[in-house]
Design a protein around this ligand. Structure first.
Ligand SMILES: [Fe+2]
Ligand SMILES: [Fe+2]
Length: 284
């Protein structure tokens, strides 16, 4: 197990100021009666806290991948990683405030032992420009996940937290898109639209497996007594349906299509078919 996940990684220059700080979250003001028995939200919040807390493993691989692009590597270390880790810490605090009987650290350690082995360099696109497209898909996925969490949360502190995290994920998406465009402009023989579309499609299909499934399974294995009824298959299916049926699909398609840079008229023409395709892929 590595260094505490609650502290941003050490770096040569001080971390950048964040848009918000975990200490601003009103944990003491949580309306427990409105959240404690919400089984679906327990799974959504706890599994997100695991993935976010494990993001330093991912950052390490990405920083190595972009060693020849110091601007990207610097942003990953100084902006992206501290923000993702703060998401993990803020969600963890929420879980511990609402469901103190859930053994967060023990469950996280079990998750991380398995997850760490999955985070390899082979997971990344060899082409650095295309990996930025893959990052855009991941950040589109996290944006929509927190959008859904915010909309489902009847408890105001959770709605506020999900909204803050969603805002960060949108910014991450924008940075990755901006770097992607910069790299693409610097290489006239860069990846074609077809290559970009292939990465988009593959990553869209992957959104629902591996990471989130591993996290969900470890949360389920350590679930509190009050949520003992449902099987893992039921929980997995329910969580997935919940997120995919609440997707802001128009926004998802717009975010996904940006790296392809289609003329607006063509994008408009393709939008209904792409919405159907995205729904099919995500609900398969
Ligand atoms: Fe995040
Ligand atoms: Fe993010």
């Amino acid at each position: 197990m590595q260094a505490p996940h609650t502290t941003p990684s050490p770096a040569s220059s001080p971390p950048s100021p964040r848009r918000w700080h975990v200490d601003e979250i009103d944990y003491a003001g949580i309306d427990l009666a409105r959240i404690q028995d919400q089984e679906d939200l327990f799974y959504l919040v706890a599994s997100a806290s695991f993935i976010e807390t494990g993001s330093d493993m991912y950052t390490r691989n990405l920083v190595r991948h972009y060693a020849d692009y110091p601007e990207v590597a610097h942003w990953l270390q100084q902006h992206w990683e501290p923000e993702e880790l703060q998401h993990g810490l803020a969600l963890r605090r929420y879980v511990e405030a609402v469901w103190p009987e859930f053994p967060w650290q023990e469950a996280f350690d079990a998750f991380f032992a398995e997850y760490g082995a999955l985070c390899t360099d082979e997971e990344l696109e060899r082409d650095r420009t295309l990996e930025l497209v893959a990052r855009c898909v991941v950040e589109t996925g996290t944006t929509t996940y927190y959008h859904t969490m915010r909309d489902l949360a009847a408890e105001p502190v959770l709605a506020d937290l999900a909204n803050r995290i969603r805002g960060d994920e949108v910014q991450h998406y924008k940075y990755f898109l901006q770097y992607f465009r910069k790299l693409q402009a610097s290489q006239p023989a860069g990846p074609s639209r077809l290559h970009i579309a292939r990465v988009l499609y593959q990553r869209l299909r992957e959104i629902k497996d591996s990471d989130s499934d591993v996290a969900l399974r470890h949360v389920w294995q350590h679930r509190p007594e009050r949520f003992r009824q449902a099987s893992f298959a039921q929980i997995s299916q329910r969580s997935y349906r919940l997120v995919s049926s609440n997707l802001p699909i128009t926004q998802v398609i717009r975010m996904l299509l940006k790296p392809v840079d289609l003329p607006r008229s063509l994008e408009k023409l393709l939008e209904p078919a792409l919405q159907r395709l995205a729904r099919r892929v995500l609900s398969a």
